[in-house]
Design a binder for this molecule. Structure first.
Ligand code: FE
Ligand code: FE
Ligand code: ZN
Length: 299
């Protein structure tokens, strides 16, 4: 089975899914992840079916399996917050429908944040919300992402995710997305990834894993920070990330990079170069190149 790897790509009004596929192909990817609009807001345009079908043809020509392509829900939606609960539920219902129109089978969602309530009621609000959202006939699964535990984020432990999942009625429509940076920052040592998977399997079940976000971390184990770093340049390190990417138990699971864009020079604040083509190449070769940043900048 071939490695299924890609990155976060953009989805723009002009060419929609077709543009996303083209961007993914430019990185040498065979899958990808996108937001159906801006990640930080909930404004969404209508889907052009002609562009979608053109995207399908291009995917077919290049062996990209639509069943492995991922949508990420906007990160401002917070099902834990009862004040915006109705809006969040109705937005996510529509987002699931949009995924279905696009033919996408998996939508990653940050579980939420206990901003003005206890963690217990936050967890309950999230599963209540999911039960309202997943009561549909669409073939779309929601994958709850493991979180770093920044602030009051829910989903920093497998126990917390388990509590949510246990209360979701639609077990065939719910799953988990593991994020390596978030796991590290939450206190799970990627240096012992087999141990992490064992714990996950006992508490939740490996079959619930639908996506892996592969990111290095700028911070140490248990820092609860959530700052992604380029592959091999952070505190997790290249070999530990390879142990996730090439894990035998996760062969069919898409691996998605969400590593930061690289600036033109060290002093520049502008984000300019996507690193994905270079990172995917290193991963496929299983060989770390310490000149990663130089190569991305084109020195
Ligand atoms: Fe995320
Ligand atoms: Fe992530
Ligand atoms: Zn993150």
């Amino acid at each position: 089975m071939e490695l299924i790897i890609g990155s976060h790509v953009s989805y723009k009004a002009g060419d929609q899914l077709l543009g996303s596929v083209k961007e993914a192909l430019s990185y040498g990817s065979n899958t990808f992840m996108f937001y159906t609009g801006a990640p930080q807001n909930t404004m969404r345009g209508s889907i052009d079916l002609e562009l979608r079908d053109k995207a399908y043809s291009l995917m077919k020509e290049n062996n990209i399996d639509i069943n492995k392509v991922i949508v990420h829900a906007p990160y401002i939606v917070n099902l834990a917050n009862i004040d915006n609960f109705d809006f969040s539920v109705s937005f996510l219902k529509k987002e699931v429908e949009r995924c279905s129109i696009l033919g996408i089978k998996y939508m990653v969602l940050h579980p939420g944040s206990a901003t003005n309530c206890s963690r217990e009621s936050a967890t309950k609000n999230i599963s209540d919300g999911l039960n309202l959202i997943l009561d549909n006939d669409y073939d779309v699964k929601i994958l709850l992402e493991t979180m770093a535990g920044k602030g009051n984020e829910i989903g920093r432990t497998f126990d917390e995710l388990k509590t949510i999942l246990n209360n979701v009625e639609y077990k065939n429509k719910i799953g988990v997305c593991l994020d390596t940076c978030h796991l590290n920052d939450a206190g799970y040592d990627i240096g012992n990834f087999d141990g992490i998977l064992d714990e996950f399997d006992k508490k939740i079940g490996i079959k619930y894993i639908g996506c892996i976000h592969v990111n290095d971390s700028k911070n140490i184990l248990g820092s609860h920070k959530d700052r992604h770093e380029n592959i091999g340049l952070g505190m997790i390190g290249f070999d530990n990330l390879l142990s996730v990417i090439y894990n035998d138990k996760l062969k069919e699971i898409p691996k998605i990079l969400e590593t930061p864009y690289v600036t033109k020079d060290d002093n520049s604040k502008e984000k300019e170069y996507p690193p994905y083509k270079y990172e995917i190449e290193m991963i496929r070769n299983k060989e770390f190149n310490s000149d990663l940043i130089k190569n991305i900048r084109g020195y």
